[in-house]
Ligand binder design. Sequence first.
Ligand code: B12
Length: 282
Amino acid sequence: MQKLLSTSQFAEAIGLSVSTVRRLTDGGDISVRRTKGGHRKIPVEEAIRYSRTNGIQPQNPKLLGISLSEDAEDPDSFYESLVSGDSDKSVAILQTLYLNGQEINAIFDGPFLTAFVRIGESFPADKKSIFVEHRSLIIAMRSLMQLRSIMPPVEDSAQKVICAAPAGDPYLIPCLMCALVCHEVGYFEINLGPDTPLKIIIDAVEDEAPSLVSLSITNAIRSKNQIGEIEKLHKVASDKNCILVVGGNNADSVDVPGIQRGYSMTDLKAIAENALQKPRHG
Ligand code: B12
């Protein structure tokens, strides 16, 4: 259930006077729900959207269910929170960067990617590095899910995106990042996650009629059979006026003529925005 704030709770959370909040809601700067008795209620995501777009650091973030970190902008802080197992800090860093107005594609291509490249480089230095890698992955997943929970909802009429990684590719983070970036662009995201048989993705394109399919490729595609399946997915998607984009560490291993490729979340954002602008037929 969506958490709603009263006018005074919102004022206390953000650090504004109640009369200012009333003026902002009357002027349409903050969207509100009305109770049966006519009282204004503000969804938490709307409060977060308002502070993010206006560059206001909430005075009392706990009221919004978020936590902030003072050294979030330090480029090493996310890596350090992961390797030290400080999951609350990892959550707080992502939420702070988001509230500071950073685009989530830039957060993912920046401190997030850097942290995992560093974690990957230390493998397999010693037994502890595998422990740290596994623990960091779970902390990162929690941080991403909590970031997702404070993002504003998309419109009911939103176009769909399907995000996945193919069978044999176990990597969880890339698909979830793609889902969040597309959500930010305005898509209703369907994340099928890693290790998804391509046949399932083809069926999903037929049943769900998405505008975009984002396929993350971390493990190189070596089987001719899998290339054939991606070719089929590409054809089914094109016939349905849906864009297929492959991306990730080993996107170049997908040798399919005419396929769209990207190498970063910033690339994905641009492709997703383009696919949204396309008029839909059929
Ligand atoms: C976490 C991790 C694991 C975890 C995965 C857990 C899980 N279920 O997710 C575990 C421990 C299981 C694992 C296992 C292995 N791993 Co590993 N792993 C990693 C690590 C540290 C992070 C991967 C990750 O999640 N990255 C997070 C995101 C932020 O990065 P990203 O995926 O690159 O995504 C960015 C871009 O590629 C792009 N992008 C991603 N998807 C998409 C999609 C689209 C459409 C677009 C446009 C862009 C895009 O945007 C993102 C942000 O910039 C990487 C290190 C690294 N450099 O990535 C090694 C790494 C991928 N692993 C590696 C290896 C060798 C292995 C093992 C073989 C180790 C072993 N000997 O057992 C096994 C193989 C597992 C298997 N079954 O295939 C190598 C791969 C080398 C290669 N060239 O193929 C890496 C690169 C480490 C290294 N430096 O050697 N691993």
